[in-house]
Structures are given as C-alpha cells and as structure tokens.
Design a protein around this ligand. Structure first.
Ligand code: GRG
Length: 310
C-alpha cells in the first residue's frame, strides 16, 4: 500500500502542476470565472480519474519499451481534462436546480461562493477547456489519431449517452418520485459516474498506444472499479460523517434516493464492492487483456477505491 501511496502522492503533484499550467486565468479570461474554475479544481479532490489515466498508460507504454514517465507525459493532458470535466460535473450537480448542495470537497460549493450564474459559467468553461486541452496537447502531429480517439472516448462518456444521460435519469426519477430497481440503479450509475471513470482508463491507454484488445480490457477493469466506487460512495453516505467526507453525509437517505445499502443492506453491499474489485483485476489478466496489465498500479488502485474513507 505504501508503494501505491508514494505513487499517488507523486502523481498528484504532477497532475496539480499540469492543471495549474493548463487552466486559463486573467488576463486571458475574465478574473471572476477564472477564479471560480480554480476554486473548484483545487479544492482537494482525490484525483481518481487522472490517476486511472496515468496508471493505464504506464503498462501499455512499458510493453512497447516506453519508460513510465514518457507514457505518463503522453496521457497527462487527457488525465487533466478528465479531472476538469469531473469538476464541472460536481459544480453543476451542486446547483440549486440539481442536487442543491452547499458543501463539496469540504468547502462551500461554487454557487455559494460565486453566485449561481458564475458557477454555471465556470462549469461550462471547464467542460469546454477540457476538450481544447486534449485537442492541443501533446503537440506532436504524430499523435493526432490517438488524440482524436481519446477525445471521442471522453466525449461519449461525458455526453447524453454517458454522464449527462445518467444525471438526466437521476433527475427525472427524483422529480417523479419513482424508485429504481437494482438493474435500474446499476444502469443509472454506469452512466452517471461509471462512464467517466471507464473513459479515464480508456483514454490513458489510448494515449500510450494501446490496441483495441488492451483498451477493451482496461475499460472492463474500470467499469467494475466504477461500480465498486459507487457502492462504496453509498456506504460512506450511510456511515461517514460530513466532516470526513467533505460533503453532506446522509443526503441520499434523507432524499429517499435508492442506494446499494438501501437495496441490499450494508454487509451485502460491502461484498458486492469487493466482488467488483476482484472482477476488475481479472480483466487485467493477459488472457483477457492480451498483455499482462496486472504488473501496474491498476490492481492496487482498485483496492484503494474500496478502502477509502472519503
Ligand atoms: C451535472 C452533467 C452533470 C453530471 C453530474 C458525477 C455527477 C453527475 C454527479 C455527482 C454526484 C455524486 C456525488 C455522485 C457520487 C459519486 C461521485 C461522483 C462522487 C464524487 O467523486 P469523487 O469522490 O470526488 O471522485 P473528488 O472530490 O474526490 O474528486
């Protein structure tokens, strides 16, 4: 675990430095919107999505004789773009018209600090800047096809068939008071949080030069990890305190939202999350992936997701 801890700490510093470089600020953009974008991006998130992109790039590159730092450099713009899109989704999710929350990542939400209008614009700008970044970097013309593939993967995951679609299903269900059954809950989460997590590993692998088989394997891994992540999120919402979570705890139950512990109970939910992690790791096996992707930080990241406390 300390091996992973060191790797995560080092990557986190690199990701933060790259985000700092890539995000626009005044005078290139008006100060207020630039400030609102940075307020949320640098609010202390776990950086799970960029970590997945970088961790997927390493073993793919290594199989092609590329040193880890070079593989990570190829995937870093996509890794940052994924964190930027994730941040936009949290800003918009917290708006009064959506989840109406005042606490995120341990701080007042964007609209509380900057007002609703600026928060909406900060989200819009983050989403747009993410794709501008992926189109622009890395600048090597030989990488144009990879960049296009990665942009497609991320756009599909963020759009109406992915995250936005999942949020729309969730919103509609909340508005109509209708409940999900187990399949419905899983399908909603697969879009709402799963799609971007899956795209994170997929885009990282693509940028390091992965084949179709390798991309499919890391995406299967990440789909399982995404489900485990969501189950753990639901468990933490029941068990965690707001201070540790950095967001309002107990909100799902209070809102009458269907959750994994609500449907299956806490013990079964824990087992389900652990099973997802096992399936995620099996997907990295050379028999399914073509190459052995287990010699990487991907298995430890999957375990980290279920052991997290926020
Ligand atoms: C508004 C289009 C639009 C989409 C919003 C992802 C999402 C869709 C809403 C988030 C709602 C939510 C709290 C879901 C639970 C799982 C989740 C995404 C938690 C936040 O992600 P973490 O834990 O956050 O990776 P940090 O702060 O660590 O980056």
């Amino acid at each position: 675990m300390s091996d992973l801890r060191d790797w995560l700490d080092a990557r986190r510093n690199e990701v933060d430095a790259a985000l700092e470089r890539h995000l626009p600020s005044a005078p290139a953009c008006p100060p207020r919107v630039g400030e609102a974008m940075r307020y949320s991006v640098f609010a202390g998130g776990k950086r799970l999505r960029p970590m997945l992109a970088l961790a997927a790039a390493e073993p793919v590159g290594r199989m092609r004789g590329i040193p880890d730092d070079q593989s990570r450099a190829l995937a870093m713009p996509a890794a940052c773009a994924l964190e930027i899109i994730h941040t936009y989704s949290l800003i918009h999710d917290d708006l009064p018209a959506m989840d109406d929350d005042t606490l995120r990542r341990g701080r007042p939400t964007s609209h509380v600090v900057f007002g609703e209008g600026q928060a909406i614009l900060a989200g819009d700008a983050l989403l747009t800047e993410a794709f501008a970044l992926m189109a622009r970097e890395p600048g090597d013309p030989a990488l144009a096809a990879r960049k296009l593939d990665a942009i497609r993967i991320v756009a599909d995951a963020a759009g109406a068939c992915g995250m936005v679609g999942g949020q729309a299903i969730d919103l509609e269900a909340a508005g109509s008071g209708s409940a999900f059954d187990a399949d419905g809950l899983r399908a909603m989460h697969a879009r709402k949080t799963g799609a971007l997590i899956r795209a994170s590993a997929g885009a990282g692998a693509v940028m390091a030069g992965a084949t179709e088989v390798e991309i499919a394997a890391v995406e299967r891994y990440a789909a399982e990890l995404g489900l485990a992540f969501q189950i753990v999120d639901d468990i933490l919402d029941v068990e965690g305190a707001s201070a540790a979570l950095g967001k309002t705890a107990g909100k799902d139950a209070a809102a009458g939202k269907p959750t994994y512990p609500g449907l299956y109970g806490l013990e079964a939910s824990r087992r389900m999350a652990a099973d997802c992690v096992e399936r995620a790791i099996v997907a990295l096996d050379h028999r399914t992936a073509g190459i052995d992707l287990r010699h990487s930080h991907l298995p430890a990241i999957a375990r980290w997701v279920t052991s997290r406390s926020h």
